[in-house]
Ligand binder design. Structure first.
Ligand SMILES: Cc1cc2nc3c(=O)[nH]c(=O)nc-3n(C[C@H](O)[C@H](O)[C@H](O)COP(=O)(O)O)c2cc1C
Length: 341
């Protein structure tokens, strides 16, 4: 299966919801939420891509790095490279019903397993979405990270229990989905949580032997509040620019956050990552692991699990090449020294 064939098929099947642009940067789909775009002017989505494009490397050629180490472990999960697949929900209303929700999650999970990485799984207003996610997680021995919406505590605790029953070891909540227009349209808005509520959510997860991560952190204050509440990891993310227009790109805010919390909890970052070279950029800026959203949706729709696995292999090859060119022996040793500043 060729990349071009996957992209052509995805373009046809999404029926205009995703134009599968040569560079997926949010310009053509600006404002298309529901859809694949960023909110409003699309500035937050575009800022993700621009912020990464502005990061430059130092070339290093005199060294003995021949087979750089890409494997890593994050939150107890072993990964062939520091990459997670971002949770994507609402295939019916975001992606022109290109695939059934269950088929989509199944192909993503199988592709992730083939590439020895782990996928995020969505939750949404209709209960079937989390049920489908957890059925997939169960098929893969709990190796998937469900991201529950920040509902009221009772519903959250019930869903945390469902994740535990499915054998999940890590769960998360996309706290930034309080800005999602799609939830408001379904008359099921989610709510912000204060520190005490966050602590209760963390405790409910830990009681069930699951680690808990917060997705959508874009500032140091929230990162420190997560740390204080006992959160195990954060995803530095603006939800692919879908929840608030005019936020900076994730790569812009990441260094300040990493400076304070690195090593004290896991740092995952996403938004605009399009190559293995971008993965190395996020690691150099302070992330422990990168996450990719839209390109994997295109891969799954256009090529199923094989398409997903092919994408993972491509990112891995690109990452390896970038590590050799920057003299980086181990993904866990990537840091600011790799960057031209
Ligand atoms: C159509 C669509 C649906 C998404 N659904 C979810 C979701 O259900 N839960 C979530 O945490 N993030 C969701 N996201 C955000 C992604 O997980 C990820 O943070 C984002 O896409 C990363 O940016 P990128 O697409 O530029 O890689 C969604 C993104 C898109 C484009």
């Amino acid at each position: 299966m060729e990349m071009q064939e996957i992209r052509k098929r995805a373009r046809e099947l999404t029926k205009g919801s995703c134009r599968v642009c040569s560079v997926c940067d949010g310009r053509v789909c600006a404002g298309e939420v529901p859809g694949m775009g960023g909110a409003g002017t699309g500035a937050a989505f575009m800022n993700n891509v621009k912020a990464l494009a502005a990061v430059r490397f130092n070339t290093r050629l005199i060294h003995n790095v021949r087979h750089p180490r890409m494997e890593t472990e994050i939150l107890g999960l072993k990964l062939a490279l520091p990459l997670l697949i971002g949770p994507i929900g609402g295939i019916s209303f975001n992606l022109g019903q290109a695939m059934g929700e269950a088929d989509y999650q199944r192909e993503i999970m199988a592709g992730a397993a083939a590439g020895s990485i782990v996928a995020g799984l969505p939750d949404s207003a209709p209960p079937e979405v989390l049920e489908t996610s957890l059925a997939c997680a169960r098929e893969h021995n709990g190796l998937g990270i469900p991201f529950i919406k920040p509902w009221g505590f009772e519903e959250l605790e019930q869903k945390i229990e469902m994740c535990a029953q499915a054998g999940c070891r890590v769960i998360g909540s996309d706290f930034d989905s309080i800005g999602l227009i799609t939830l408001r349209k379904m008359n099921r808005p989610a709510y912000a949580k204060d520190s005490e509520e966050l602590r209760r959510i963390v405790e409910a997860s830990h009681r069930r032997d699951m680690r808990f991560i917060v997705k959508g952190v874009m500032g140091l204050e929230d990162a420190l509040a997560c740390l204080e509440a006992g959160v195990d990891g954060i995803v530095v993310s603006n939800h692919g620019g879908r929840v608030l227009d005019f936020t900076p790109g994730a790569a812009e805010v990441l260094p300040r956050i990493a400076e304070s919390v690195k090593g004290r909890m896991a740092i995952i970052a996403d938004g605009g990552v399009r190559t293995g070279v971008d993965i190395l950029k996020l690691l150099a800026l302070g992330a422990d692991c990168a996450m990719i959203g839209r390109p994997f949706a295109i891969a799954a729709i256009g090529g199923g699990r094989e398409g997903v696995a092919l994408h993972i292999q491509t990112y891995k090859d690109q990452l390896e090449q970038a590590m050799i060119m920057t003299g980086c022996q181990d993904v866990n040793q990537a840091g600011k020294h790799l960057l031209f500043q």
